[in-house]
Design a protein around this ligand. Structure first.
Ligand code: PSV
Ligand code: MN
Length: 427
């Protein structure tokens, strides 16, 4: 199924009068604060978030998974789904593949299909956290950190093959997330496990094409619950700097212990030019993979505040960031959930762009803590949604993506085309 321009314009027609009124009001509010709505719209419109190929089917927990209907049963259908999201929002212009869950059979054809829908291929993701059929060595006790040379060599080789797949698609980066760690105390010599991991990562880095980047993702626990080899941003940063200038830390919002100050991590990494990208999601307890902005929208706004500052004051030459949603939807329609996440990401970004940065700096210099908080919260409490709608409208997308998705009954149409029992690959 495809969403075409006439679908969008018919839908927009119905909402346009109300939208114009709301947007004009916001525009005046912003102008009073010396902010140019058009400029913010331009910046917001540039923010394109990649959709991971594994997020298009129902997610699950270790207790079970409840499939929906019309799930994409092939990579082609996953790309079709991302095309729908992009047509509705013009904010999901890329797809990120997990190998081997989604190995393209015919890379040229897949690339052409994506290009036709306006999609690029973002980072490719390797997977050495699961054993695959016919694999010579098991990752039960780790991959890049393994005590056995042969297991490490196999895991390095897999990453090299993932890079090759990415090259055929036009990707420019690889994300390495390791499940490696110790399930129980005593299992690892912690220092040696890290040294072996560094050695393996250097071997992968040596195969990185000159115009590629390597993102190193960290996570404090799960699936190992005693220790994780790359447990935090500091470890990732250490590995990245040891590997070379094209290795960066990747921040997944769910990969922190409760109450970690993630915005501070962003500030520190950008100060060193080593923030590679983001996996967006939200969480209440741990790596819950909930819809972006569904639990802690203020935290997301504060993170974007640091990102905006870091991008505008890029003294360390931090490269443009890779943005991706890494969420799981359990009981929701994945596409609806992704639409909500896309909206939440741009909303936080737009609100961060609405901060009166001069007033904030003045308050800081005067140690006026109350005023500093007021300045931040004034932006956070501004309803930025009309601006996002305007950004979509100007780029040919829907004023109300979710409403249009529902009124077109996209999911039923997909179920008719694909059948009710298809199951997407992924966790
Ligand atoms: C691990 O929890 C992770 O965040 C990594 O990015 C994986 O690639 C992804 O989730 C798999 O769902
Ligand atoms: Mn992730």
């Amino acid at each position: 199924m495809k969403i075409e321009a006439p679908h969008i314009s018919a839908h927009n027609e119905l909402l346009l009068d109300n939208h114009r009124e709301a947007f004009a009001y916001l525009q005046r509010q912003l102008a009073q604060k010396g902010l140019d709505a058009d400029k913010i719209i331009e910046q917001v419109s540039e923010l394109q978030t990649a959709i991971p190929s594994w997020a298009l089917g129902a997610g699950g927990t270790r207790f079970g998974r409840f499939s929906g209907i019309g799930e994409p049963g092939s990579l082609e259908q996953k790309i079709e789904d991302v095309g729908l999201l992009h047509a509705l929002t013009r904010s999901a212009g890329a797809i990120s593949l997990h190998i081997p869950w989604d190995i393209p059979g015919d890379a040229a054809a897949i690339r052409a299909q994506a290009a036709e829908l306006g999609l690029a291929f973002d980072a490719v993701n390797s997977n050495t956290f699961q054993d695959q059929k016919g694999q010579a060595h098991s990752y039960k006790y780790g991959s890049l950190c393994h005590v056995d040379d042969a297991v490490r060599a196999q895991a390095v080789q897999h990453n090299i093959e993932v890079i090759e797949t990415g090259k055929a698609l036009g990707s420019k980066s690889i994300t390495v997330w390791l499940a490696d760690g110790a399930a129980f105390p005593g299992q690892h010599n912690l220092r040696h496990a890290l040294e072996r991991t560094l050695d393996s990562l250097k071997k992968i880095y040596a195969h990185l094409p000159a115009d590629w980047k390597m993102y190193i993702e960290y996570k404090p626990y799960e699936p190992n619950f005693y220790s994780t080899v790359i447990q935090d941003w500091g470890t990732s940063y250490l590995l990245a700097t040891e590997c070379g200038p094209r290795a960066f830390t990747l921040v997944d919002l769910g990969h922190h212990l409760p109450n970690t100050n993630i915005e501070q991590i962003v500030a520190t990494l950008m100060m060193r030019g080593r923030l590679g990208g983001f996996h967006f999601n939200d969480s209440k307890y741990g790596d819950d993979d909930l819809t972006v902005g569904s639990i802690k929208p203020y935290q997301l706004f504060l993170i974007f505040n640091e990102l905006v500052y870091g991008m505008a004051n890029n003294t360390a030459g931090n490269p443009p960031l890779a943005w991706m949603i890494d969420a799981s939807h359990n009981v929701k329609d994945p596409l609806e959930d992704l639409l909500q996440s896309l909206e939440a990401i741009r909303l936080a970004y737009a609100q961060a762009l609405m901060i009166d940065t001069d007033a904030l700096e003045e308050a800081r210099q005067a140690n006026d803590v109350t005023r500093a908080q007021e300045v931040l919260q004034d932006a956070f409490r501004t309803d930025a949604r009309p601006l996002l709608r305007e950004a979509r409208y100007r780029s040919g997308a829907a004023l109300g993506p979710l409403a249009l998705y529902r009124s077109l009954d996209v999911r039923s149409q997909l179920a008719r085309e694909r059948g009710k029992a298809t199951i997407a690959t992924g966790l």
